[in-house]
Design a protein around this ligand. Structure first.
Ligand SMILES: [Zn+2]
Ligand SMILES: [Zn+2]
Length: 415
């Protein structure tokens, strides 16, 4: 129990523990192969010593525990530095004593590698096909953190000087060793005492506006331009418009385009597809009219037939070159594919027998009569449904339950 350090440990005891640990881990005292690891350990020991030996920090630690050390070095806000780890390094060194005496130390606080750029903010943005066809400029209000205008992101009063953070020796980050089973891994984490800044202001020196946070909320009108021809999944980037963080490049706001489904048009790349309704009379005798309203509001007019005697058939495809989606950064356009839907007359059509005779006379006759030796005239249901096709098949059994619900597959009655 040579080096166990209690909450009540005095400076002498801490210094002793430090000296012994430092000596044990001094890089000069270990074989070449272990030197790198020893150097890291040695640094950790010094850092731990810094906190415990500094009267102010020690006091905060003793009265509030680990939770007293928050990001800005102020007590009482939660979050924890890696002191526990450092202490583990320091006093767990060489198998001399443990951490038993420290008590009540929660496991490590948030740690992340210090990013050089603040996080990007990505969000989905729904756009209609019309907007993608024409291009669109959108303005919207956004609230974000910006560098405080009073202190210019300094965080303190004009003449005040920030205290160098002794935990990280003003670096803002530190190397820590983490135990992964029997291995020690080394990683760089932002210093939680100074919030990665390397220094902080005492309460009386803090900037009045941002209270030392260095940033303040600001409402800003942002504008994004969606170029015509933009596609689903494309990203519109507002560079540097994400929250500002002192000493970091601000991240970007990124809008990822989501194309709304359209009632009339279907898009594939730069081509468009739409169905058009044509009456049976029009398909046979022709027309010249607007068949479709395009995405920019223009009426698309077709004249049919192109040659006398031409008819339109159900499902026939009319390709209109250059009426698809615009290409980005060029005048080229995709094509428009129109699929013909022939509207046959419904029950509202009440032709006289004379009219029908006339039609029969005018329209082409069946190509060829089908000849057969035996002929049966059969009954039929004019409202047949192909969804039922094959569903009454069962397992080859001839008997089908009459009470069976129509939607369910038929089952064998003999099982
Ligand atoms: Zn400020
Ligand atoms: Zn620090």
């Amino acid at each position: 129990m040579v080096l166990e350090v209690h909450r009540s440990a005095n400076k002498d005891e801490i210094r002793k523990a430090y000296r012994k640990a430092a000596l044990a881990s001094h890089p000069d005292k270990v074989p070449e192969a272990e030197r790198e690891e020893a150097e890291v350990k040695f640094k950790s020991v010094q850092e731990a010593y810094d906190i415990l030996y500094d009267d102010d920090k020690r006091h905060i630690y003793d009265t509030h525990g680990m939770s007293a050390f928050n990001g800005s070095g102020e007590p009482g806000m939660g979050g924890a530095p890696d002191l526990d780890e450092m202490l583990a390094q320091m006093f767990g060194m060489g198998g001399m004593g443990g951490m038993g005496g420290m008590g009540g130390m929660p496991g490590g606080g948030p740690r992340a590698n210090r990013p050089r750029k603040s996080p990007n903010e990505e969000q989905a943005y729904e756009v209609s096909l019309e907007e993608l066809y024409k291009g669109k400029t959108v303005k919207f209000a956004s609230t974000k953190n910006v560098i405080c205008s009073l202190c210019n992101g300094k965080g303190g009063k004009e003449k005040a000087t920030a205290k160098k953070c002794s935990t990280c020796d003003g670096q803002g980050y530190k190397e820590v060793l983490q135990r992964m089973g029997q291995f020690l891994t080394q990683s760089t984490v932002a210093c939680t005492v100074c919030n990665g800044q390397g220094s902080f202001f005492s309460p009386k020196d803090k900037c009045k506006k941002c209270k030392g946070k260095k940033t303040a909320e600001e409402r800003k009108i942002l504008e994004i331009y969606i170029p015509r021809g933009a596609r689903e999944g494309e990203k519109i980037v507002l560079e540097g418009e994400a929250d500002q963080v002192p000493n970091q490049e601000p991240g970007d706001i990124i809008f990822k385009l989501v194309e709304e489904e359209h009632a009339v048009f279907t898009r594939a790349g730069s081509d468009l597809r739409a169905d058009i309704d044509v009456t049976l009379a029009e398909s046979l005798s022709g027309f010249s009219r607007v068949v479709l309203k395009h995405l920019d509001g223009r009426g698309i007019e077709l004249t049919h037939p192109q040659k006398p005697g031409q008819t339109l058939s159900p499902g026939q495809v009319l390709k209109v070159p250059g009426e698809g989606m615009p290409h980005k950064r060029s005048d080229a356009r995709g094509d428009l594919y129109l699929v013909v839907n022939i509207k046959f007359p419904d029950e509202k059509w009440k032709p006289t027998p004379a009219m029908l005779e006339k039609l029969k006379e005018l329209l082409p006759k069946p190509d060829k009569l089908i000849e057969a030796e035996t002929i049966d005239e059969v009954e039929y249901n004019p409202q047949g449904d192909l969804d039922e096709f094959g569903t009454k098949d069962g397992h080859g059994s001839a008997w089908v339950d009459e009470d069976e619900d129509d939607d369910e597959p038929a089952q064998c009655a003999t099982q």
